[in-house]
Each structure stands twice: as C-alpha cells, then as structure tokens.
Write a protein that binds this ligand. Structure first.
Ligand code: SF4
Length: 376
C-alpha cells in the first residue's frame, strides 16, 4: 500500500499538470523575527529562559498571546518595558487581521486571510441563534483531489502553521461570539498533522485560549495513521467525509480511497471507540443520481453499524465546470428517514453562506489571488 505522502505527491503532480498557478515567492522569514503566535508553552518557556527571564514571565507572555488575545506588545502591561522592547526587536506577535470580508444575506461572513504574499485562506463565521461556528482552514489549497470540491480543484499551495490556524480565531472580529470551531475549511487537516495538533493544544489549553475540546470538530477524508494518532492525542470531536459507502464509487469521488479504504477506516473506529464525551459524525454530500438511492442508505447503515455516530447529509453546491448536481430535498428526506428508521441520528445540514461561496465545498482562493494582489 502506498503511503499517504506518495499519494499526496501523485495527486499534487497530477493537479499541477492540468492547472496553472501564480508563482509567488514565499515571504522572507528569519528565525529571529519568527512570530510568537503558534508557539507552545514549552517553546515560550525556552524563549524566556534564553532571554534571562524568570519562569513566571513565560506564563504571563503565553496568557497575553492566547488568553487575552493581545495584538501588540503595548497591551502586555505587566511585562517589564525593557523586556517587551527586547521581544519586539526579535519577534513579531504574528497576528494578521483579515484582508477582506464577504457578508451573506443569511448573516454568514467569509473572511479572507493572507498567509504570505499572494496566498490566502478563507474562514467562515456562521451565526445561528445563540451559537456561532467558525469554520477554519488548515492549508492553502489541498492535495487530495476530491472531484467535487472547489478547494481540491485549486490544487495545493502551502501548509498553514499552527499560528496561522489559531490566528483565524484570534483575529476574527466576532471572536468572542464563537461557541464552536470546525476544521472543515480549505485543506485536509490530517495532511498537516503537526500544525493541526499544535493548534488544537492551543485552543483547548485552559491557560491559553481555553475552549472546550467538545466544541471543536476536526473533519478528515480519512488519513488513517493520523486519525489513529488523533484518537489518542486529542479529546476533540471527529467528522469523517464518507460520501459513498461503495468502494468503487468512493474511489471515483475521492482518490484517498485508493490508499485508505473506508471499510478499513470504519474498522479502526470500531476497534478504538471514542470516549462517550466525544462526538463522531459522518459527512455525506448528496449528489443527484449518484449516491442518493435508498440502496446507498442501506449500505451506509450496514457499513457504520455498531458505531455511536451521527450522519450529516449535506446539500451539494455545484462547482463551475463540473456536471455533478445536488440531490433534491425529497430525496434527501427519504434518505434521512431510512437512516433514522435504522436508529441512526441523521440531520440535513442547512446550507449557509451560499451567496458568498462560503457553503460547504465552495471555499477556494484561486480566483481571489489575482484580484486581491492588486489590492496590496
Ligand atoms: Fe481537500 Fe477536503 Fe476538498 Fe477533499 S474535500 S479536496 S480533502 S478540501
């Protein structure tokens, strides 16, 4: 079996063969001006020790960055001025405000964050009643090549650092309203594992940002080795993009199936059940005439039988130049009814931010690169 890196390389090479991408220089970075955002507590401690500071200063600095969301050294009022100056001469904080926002008629906002000159990711803020969900990105583009996905069609440009992932939360104007975070934006989170694990640690550390792990969901198409690590290393929720219970069909939709078959993934989940406090869900985008029959529903029931999991049915939103169409509402309801009759909690997810291309599967910064560069 090929390893996922081989798959990624093959997918990346394949994507590069068909599409032209703007060639951008990586931003000039020097270690001495590296950002503080993204550093873990032990890294902050080492930095403080190297600058002759007492250990309690490390905790203060860490809390300023993550807990108080300070975006300037001036705000760090209980740190000695001389040390703040020393820090400022060597390190930027690393906070980056969004470059642009699009606002949907349903209240959803899509933010564009620059990660380096010419490279952008999108994050969606989705308010609903008393809660608000942030859908964040982990990569600029994606290597995984799922045929229905706008991000996949953009190809892969770069990984985000843990700091760039956390920045999408800390620099969001609506940060204080956020009750839930989903790693469902651009990119495959488990293809950028270290940055994702570090960002989860920063989000959930009570001394740091301090969010409950049960309010955070990481979504994957199923990179099994990293998923196994996630089951052990994290208390956050897990969502699996399944989209078809049949191997051939899934392979045609999602090349990852060549490397990590869904049946193998489900078996891993059955052998390593999540703690009762963690949620497991299967995401299922419904394509008209392709994966929306009752036969599919029955096979899905058979596949996930025995798992404590919810299924979320998702409307497919057409991507230009693709012939795939979304299932109609009645077909989705029939599919849902069958799953419910078999005892599986099943929702039909509301589409949000459709008019600003923020809905599921539509995030892409390919077209924005050119126009937004002109704004810089
Ligand atoms: Fe990548 Fe997810 Fe899109 Fe697949 S669906 S191409 S993993 S962003």
């Amino acid at each position: 079996m090929a390893c996922v890196t081989d798959l990624a390389k093959r997918l990346y090479a394949k994507s590069l063969s068909g599409v032209k991408y703007p060639m951008q220089q990586a931003p000039p970075t020097t270690p001495e001006h590296s950002p503080l955002l993204g550093m873990l507590p032990n890294q902050i401690k080492e930095l403080c020790a190297s600058q002759g500071q007492a250990e309690f200063r490390a905790k203060q600095l860490y809390q300023w960055i993550y807990h108080h969301a300070a975006d300037s050294y001036d705000a760090m009022s209980n740190l000695p001025k001389a040390w703040r100056d020393q820090l400022a001469s060597g390190h930027q904080i690393g906070r980056v405000a969004p470059h642009r926002v699009d606002i949907s008629s349903d209240g959803t906002k899509k933010y564009l964050f620059a990660t380096s000159p010419g490279r952008f990711v999108e994050s969606a803020w989705i308010p609903e009643n008393q809660r608000a969900t942030l859908c964040l990105s982990t990569q600029v583009g994606c290597k995984m090549g799922c045929v229905f996905c706008a991000t996949g069609r953009q190809g892969f440009q770069s990984q985000l650092t843990a700091g760039q992932i956390v920045n999408q939360y800390l620099s969001l104007p609506e940060r204080e309203s956020i009750t839930n975070i989903v790693y469902m934006g651009m990119g495959e989170p488990f293809d950028n594992p270290e940055a994702v694990f570090d960002s989860l640690a920063l989000f959930t550390d009570p001394l740091g940002i301090g969010l409950s792990p049960h309010k955070i969901t990481v979504s994957t198409i199923g990179i099994i080795p990293v998923m196994k690590e996630f089951l052990v290393r994290s208390d956050c929720n897990l969502a699996i993009s399944i989209h078809s219970p049949f191997e051939d069909e899934r392979r045609a939709l999602m090349p990852i199936q060549h490397v990590y078959p869904i049946a193998e993934l489900v078996q891993v989940l059955k052998e390593n059940p999540l703690a009762a406090s963690r949620k497991l869900s299967f995401e299922y985008i419904m394509f008209a005439g392709l994966n929306d029959s009752l036969g599919h529903a029955r096979e899905l029931v058979r596949l996930i039988n025995g798992l404590r999991a919810q299924v979320n049915l998702i409307h497919y939103h057409s991507v230009p130049s693709l012939s795939l169409q979304g299932s109609d509402d009645q077909t989705m309801r029939d599919f849902q009814d069958l799953l419910k009759q078999k005892g599986i909690m099943t929702t039909i997810r509301k589409s949000r931010g459709l008019d600003i291309q923020a809905a599921c599967g539509l995030l892409s910064t390919k077209e924005l690169v050119k126009t937004t560069l002109e704004d810089f």
